[in-house]
Design a protein around this ligand. Structure first.
Ligand SMILES: Nc1nc2c(ncn2[C@@H]2O[C@H](COP(=O)(O)OP(=O)(O)OP(=O)(O)O)[C@@H](O)[C@H]2O)c(=O)[nH]1
Ligand SMILES: [Mg+2]
Length: 333
C-alpha cells in the first residue's frame, strides 16, 4: 500500500507509527491484527504467532510524477489529509488529490483514445464499445472527477482496467486529526467520510502523532491513555485492517505446535494457489488440503485431534479456500 497526500499532512508520521519506526528507505511491513489468531493460539499454544502483513510505503521524495507512479503500482492507496494545525481543510485535501489523480488518468485515457480511434478508423479492428467507454471516462475526468465515481457496467469497466487508472484504486482515507477532534474527528471527518463513502472507500479519523506516541507505551498504559481520549482501540490496527479489506485479500490459517499463522490470499484462490503462498514449491507439489474452521479447531484443541476423529475435510485441487479456513496442505516432493 502506498501513502499519498498533500505536503505536511502527516504521511511520514503515519508511516513511522504504522511501522513502529522500523521502516527503512520509506518501506516497511505492518502486522494485520486478527482476533482469530489469538483464539487459535489459546487453543494450540504454539511457540510462535505470526500475523499476516501488508507492505507500506511512505510517499517518496521527488516529483509529483514519481509520487503518482508509486501510487499507480500499489494495490491500495492510503490518502492522508491534514486535520490538525491552522485552518485544516481535509475535504479540500481529498478533492485536491482527486483532481491530481484524475488529470493523470485523463492523459492516459486520451492517449488510449487516440490509439484505438486510429485503428478503428483504419478498419483494423472493432472498437465502438471501447471508444464509447473511453469518451465517457474522458468527459468525467475532464470535470476533475476520479473514475471511482463513474458508474459503468462490468463489461464497460473491462475496457478501462488495462489502463490501471490510479483514480479508481482501492483507497483508504485517513483524516489525520489533532487531539482536540478525537475520538471521531468531529464535523471535518464526518464530511470526509461522506465523500469517501460516495466513492466506495473507507475513511478513518486518526491522530497519527498520538498513535505514534501510544505505540511506544506499554499496552496497559496505552489503553489507559486511549480511554482519556475516548478511543476504544488502536487507530493503527484500524488502518491496517481497513487496508487489508480494501485490497480484497482474505485470510487463511495454519495452526501447528511450532507456529500459528495467518496467511494472505486472493479471494477465491484455488487450494494449490493458496498453498503456493506458504512456499512456491507447494503449489507445484500440491496433493490435497485438510481443512477445518477456527471454531472447530478451537473446540478440538489441535489439527491432530480433528484428524484422529475424522473431522478434517479433505479437499482437492478444485477447492477454493475460504476466509477463516484452517488448512494443512499435503504436498509431495
Ligand atoms: N498536531 C499534530 N501534528 C502532526 C500530526 N501528524 C503530523 N504532525 C506534524 O506535522 C508535521 C508534518 O508531518 P510529516 O509526517 O512530516 O508530514 P508529511 O506528510 O510526511 O510531510 P511531507 O513528506 O513533507 O509532505 C510534523 O511537524 C508533524 O509533527 C498530528 O496528527 N497532529
Ligand atoms: Mg514525509
Amino acid at each position: 500500500m502506498q501513502i499519498i497526500g498533500p505536503a505536511g499532512s502527516g504521511k511520514t508520521t503515519l508511516f513511522n507509527a504504522l511501522t513502529g519506526g522500523r521502516g527503512s528507505d520509506g518501506v516497511g511491513m505492518v502486522d494485520v491484527p486478527d482476533g482469530r489468531l489469538g483464539r487459535l493460539a489459546a487453543a494450540v499454544s504454539p511457540r510462535r504467532i505470526v500475523p499476516a502483513q501488508v507492505r507500506v510505503a511512505d510517499a517518496p521524495p521527488g516529483s509529483r510524477a514519481q509520487r503518482i507512479a508509486a501510487a499507480r503500482e500499489a494495490d491500495v492507496v492510503i490518502k492522508v489529509l491534514r486535520g490538525f494545525g491552522p485552518v485544516p481543510d481535509p475535504v479540500a485535501d481529498l478533492e485536491g488529490i482527486e483532481l491530481d489523480l484524475a488529470l493523470t488518468d485523463l492523459a492516459t485515457v486520451e492517449r488510449r483514445l487516440d490509439a484505438v480511434g486510429r485503428e478503428v478508423r483504419a478498419g483494423r479492428r472493432q472498437g465502438a464499445a471501447e471508444l464509447d467507454v473511453l469518451e465517457r471516462a474522458k468527459a468525467h475526468l475532464d470535470e476533475g472527477h476520479g473514475l471511482a465515481t463513474l458508474e459503468l457496467e462490468p463489461e464497460s469497466s473491462a475496457h478501462l482496467a488495462p489502463l490501471f487508472p490510479v483514480s479508481a484504486k482501492p483507497t483508504v482515507v485517513i483524516a489525520n486529526v489533532g487531539e482536540d477532534r478525537l475520538p471521531d474527528g468531529g464535523e471535518l471527518a464526518e464530511r470526509v467520510r461522506g465523500l469517501a463513502a460516495e466513492r466506495g472507500w473507507t475513511a478513518l479519523a486518526v491522530d497519527a502523532q498520538l498513535e505514534a506516541e501510544l505505540a511506544e507505551l506499554e499496552p496497559a498504559d496505552a489503553a489507559e491513555m486511549r480511554r482519556t481520549y475516548g478511543l476504544d482501540g488502536s487507530g493503527l490496527d484500524s488502518v491496517a485492517r481497513a487496508v487489508w479489506e480494501a485490497g480484497g485479500l482474505m485470510t487463511f490459517f495454519t495452526a501447528g505446535e511450532p507456529e500459528v499463522r495467518a496467511w494472505p490470499c486472493e479471494s477465491g484462490a484455488a487450494a494449490p494457489v493458496a498453498a503456493g503462498v506458504i512456499h512456491s514449491d507447494f503449489e507445484k507439489h500440491f496433493i490435497r488440503a485438510e481443512v477445518t474452521s477456527v471454531d472447530e479447531l478451537v473446540s478440538a484443541g489441535s489439527m491432530e485431534a480433528l484428524r484422529a476423529a475424522g473431522r478434517l475435510r479433505v479437499e482437492g485441487r478444485d477447492y477454493h479456500v475460504r476466509d477463516g479456513d484452517v488448512v494443512f496442505f499435503r504436498v509431495g516432493r
